[in-house]
Design a protein around this ligand. Structure first.
Ligand code: ADP
Ligand code: ASP
Ligand code: MG
Length: 436
C-alpha cells in the first residue's frame, strides 16, 4: 500500500491512513514525504547551490516549525510518544543543519531531500506505536538499491528485503520510505520525483504481493487530465500496457516506470482514493476486455527533429545511422514517423541537442520544432477494429498536428501538437470521445 504526499499531508490524514493500513495483517506500507516537504527540501538545497546559507537556514526553520506543529497535533497527550516523535524529527532537522554546514553539491542535496520520507515514516510509526499497534520500520535505505545507471536492482532488492523481513520478525504493519534508495557506493540517492509509486511496485514485486495499491487524492485513473480538463471520469479497468502508456505520457497519478515491475511479476495494481476509501478506483492488470478508447494524457516540453535525406530514396541503413546518433548521446526517442525521404522523431531531453544536431547534419537537412506536446490516446485499439484513428483525427481537426503515430502497439495513438494547443486538444478529445 503506497500513500502519496497529500494522503499523509496533515495530522488528520496521518490518522486516517493509520486506520486504513491496520485493517489486515502484515501489509507493507510505502509512504511519500508530507505534501510540500520535498519541494521545501529542494529549496534548501537550491539556496545552498546559489551560495545563500541564510536562505537555506530560514527555509529549514520554517520546516522545523511546521513539523513541531504536526507533532503537537498528532500527539496531544504530551507523553513518551510526543518525546519520541519530537526526537526523531529533531534528528532529521539536525542532519539537514549539518548537511548545510558542510554542503558539497549534489550528494548533499540528495541527503537533504531524503529527509522528507524519513520524517513522514517516523511520524506514522510513532503514531501507530502510540496507538498500541505492532508496527515495525522497514528502512528502505537498508534494501532499496540502484545500479550505476540508476536502475533498481530487483534481485538485490528482493534478497535484502526478505532477509530484513525475517530479521525484524512478524508485525501487524510494516512502514517503509518511498522514493529513497542507495547507489552502488552506498550513498543516498532517489528514484526521481514522484518515485514513491516506483518504490511501491518494486517492493510489491520483490515480496510477491497479491496486489499493489497506490492510494492518492483522486478516485483512480481518469479518462483525461483533471488538472487541465473539466468533466473527467474514472476508468475502472486498464491493461498494464495502457496504464504504462498513460503514465509515461503525462498522467501524473502514476510514476512513468511504476507499472513495469508489477507487469513483469503479473501483480495487479489498484489505484485508490485515500479521501474516499470505499470508492472503486482503477484496477490495472493483464487484461483489457473492452475494445475502446479509454483515456488520454499529454506530455510537454517535447522537441521534434526532422531529418530529410535526399539519399533515403531506396536506401538502406539511413534509419540505423540516425538512431545511432541518439544512442551515442543516451537520448531516448518517444515518437517516430517516417516517409520515403525523411524521418521525424521526438525527444524530451535536450541536454545533448546541439551535439545531436551537429551529427545529424552529416546525414541530411534538419528542421527542429521546440515547445511541442505529445497527446497520447490510449485503449485496446487493435487495428482490426474500425474508426479509432478517424475519431481522434476528427476531434482534432481544428488543431495543427505535426506528427501522428499509430500501430506501434495495440494500445495507443500519439499525436504531436504545439504546447500552446495542448489544453484545447485534450478538451476536444474529452468532448468528442467521452462526453458525447
Ligand atoms: P501523490 O502525491 O499521491 O503521488 P500525485 O499528485 O503524484 O499524487 O498524483 C495524483 C494527481 O495526478 C491527481 O491529483 C491529479 O491531479 C493528477 N492526474 C493527472 N492525470 C491524471 C489522470 N489521468 N487521472 C487521475 N489523476 C491524474
Ligand atoms: N516525495 C517525492 C516527491 O515529491 C516522491 C513521491 O512523492 O513520490 O517527488
Ligand atoms: Mg505521485
Amino acid at each position: 500500500m503506497k500513500f502519496g504526499g497529500t494522503s499523509v499531508g496533515s495530522p488528520e490524514r496521518i490518522r486516517s491512513v493509520a486506520g486504513l493500513i491496520t485493517k489486515d495483517d502484515g501489509d507493507i506500507v510505502v509512504l511519500s514525504a508530507m505534501s510540500g516537504t520535498t519541494n521545501q527540501l529542494l529549496e534548501i538545497a537550491d539556496y545552498m547551490n546559489k551560495g545563500n546559507a541564510v536562505g537555506a537556514a530560514e527555509t529549514l526553520e520554517r520546516l522545523r516549525g511546521k513539523y513541531a506543529g504536526v507533532v503537537k497535533e498528532l500527539f496531544p497527550d504530551n507523553d513518551e510518544w510526543t518525546a519520541k516523535a519530537n526526537s526523531d524529527i529533531k534528528e532529521s532537522i539536525d542532519a539537514i543543519t549539518s548537511e548545510i554546514s558542510s554542503y558539497n553539491g549534489l550528494q548533499s542535496e540528495k541527503n537533504i531531500v531524503a529527509r522528507g520520507e524519513l520524517m513522514s515514516t517516523s511520524l506514522m510509526l510513532n503514531y501507530l506505536l502510540s496507538c498500541g499497534v505492532n508496527a515495525k520500520m522497514l528502512p528502505s535505505l537498508d534494501y532499496m538499491t540502484v545500479n550505476a545507471s540508476g536502475e533498481p536492482d530487483s534481485k538485490e532488492i528482493s534478497a535484502k528485503l526478505s532477509s530484513l523481513l525475517s530479521e525484524i520478525g512478524a508485525a501487524k504493519v510494516y512502514i517503509t520510505q518511498g522514493f529513497i534508495c542507495r547507489d552502488p557506493e552506498g550513498n543516498i540517492t532517489n528514484l526521481q520525483r514522484g518515485g514513491s509509486d516506483y518504490s511501491a511496485s518494486l517492493v510489491g514485486a520483490a515480496t510477491g504481493a497479491d496486489e499493489i495499491q497506490i492510494w492518492t487524492d483522486i478516485d483512480g485513473m481518469h479518462n483525461n487530465d483533471p488538472r487541465f480538463v473539466e468533466n473527467t471520469s474514472p476508468v475502472r479497468e486498464l491493461h498494464f500496457e495502457e496504464a504504462a502508456e498513460l503514465a509515461y505520457f503525462g498522467a501524473k497519478i502514476l510514476h512513468p516506470t511504476c507499472i513495469l515491475p508489477a507487469k513483469l511479476s503479473n501483480i495487479p495494481v489498484r489505484l485508490l482514493n485515500t479521501m474516499e476509501p470505499l470508492a472503486e478506483g482503477t484496477m490495472i492488470h493483464n487484461a483489457s476486455p473492452d475494445h475502446k478508447i479509454k483515456a488520454v494524457a499529454a506530455k510537454d516540453n517535447i522537441t521534434a527533429i526532422k531529418i530529410k535525406s535526399s539519399r533515403m530514396l531506396l536506401a538502406y541503413g539511413f534509419l540505423s545511422r540516425v538512431f545511432e546518433v541518439f544512442e551515442r548521446y543516451k537520448t531516448s526517442i518517444d515518437m517516430i514517423v517516417t516517409s520515403e525521404v525523411g524521418v521525424s522523431v521526438t525527444i524530451d531531453n535536450e541536454q545533448y541537442l546541439p551535439q545531436i544536431l551537429a551529427e545529424l547534419k552529416t546525414l541530411g537537412t534538419i528542421t527542429v520544432d521546440r515547445d511541442m506536446a505529445i497527446i497520447c490516446v490510449v485503449g485496446n485499439l487493435e487495428w482490426k477494429n474500425k474508426g479509432f484513428e478517424a475519431a481522434v483525427v476528427n476531434a482534432l481537426k481544428d488543431i495543427p498536428v505535426r506528427m501522428i503515430s499509430y500501430g506501434g502497439s495495440n494500445y495507443n495513438i500519439s499525436l504531436l501538437v504545439r504546447k500552446e494547443d495542448k489544453v484545447k486538444a485534450l478538451s476536444l478529445l474529452s468532448e468528442y470521445l467521452f462526453n458525447k
